[in-house]
Design a protein. Structure first.
Length: 185
């Protein structure tokens, strides 16, 4: 298994759970802790988990906070959250529901010239997400994309005034062409 895979799973778990308590005093307590982990983390050996925790600590992606003599709280740091956000951004995809809701999402943007590199990166990401360009600053998809667009705004530091998602049921004469493009016919 790849190191980064186990580390990402640990960070995901810490992000969801907030923090976990490691009982360090006795081996039995440590084993009990590992049994409480989600199934996809329990498949790793205890030594793999310990090493991954050590690497994450060394990279400042988690922190250990002493609770008492026997327990330590493990918590994800801002660096850990930023790392997860970047990974999630790089693998970002739109979910394609089984049944289309018959609504189109138009992503429209007007990013200032001084932010040209962010605008070009935005266009590239919209293309990566499988959206279709209608005009230079108008892209379309039939699938929900609001959460993904919000993440793109954060990563590229785009103002809410520069980019928006409009949901509509009618796109005029382009309807047939877009349905065909997105395999909705």
């Amino acid at each position: 298994m790849r190191k980064s895979n186990i580390e990402r799973k640990i960070l995901d778990y810490l992000l969801i759970s907030g923090a976990v308590i490691l009982a360090l005093q006795h081996q039995a307590n440590m084993s009990r802790f590992f049994k409480q982990l989600p199934r996809d983390l329990r498949k790793y050996k205890e030594t793999q988990l310990r090493r991954a925790l050590h690497r994450l600590k060394k990279q400042s992606r988690i922190e250990y906070l002493k609770e008492d003599d026997d327990n330590i709280v493990v918590r994800i740091t801002k660096d850990g959250r930023d790392f997860l956000e970047k990974i999630n951004f790089d693998t970002l995809m739109l979910d394609r529901p089984n049944i289309w809701d018959k609504k189109w999402r138009l992503v429209i943007f007007d990013v200032p010239e001084k932010e040209k590199s962010a605008r070009e990166a935005l266009r590239e990401k919209l293309k990566d997400l499988g959206m279709k360009k209608l005009q230079h600053s108008i892209w379309i998809t039939p699938f929900p994309c609001e959460k993904e667009i919000n993440l793109i705004k954060i990563v590229f530091h785009l103002s809410d005034h520069w980019i928006d998602v409009i949901i509509t049921e009618n796109i005029g004469i382009k309807e047939y062409q877009m349905r065909k493009f997105f395999d909705l016919i």
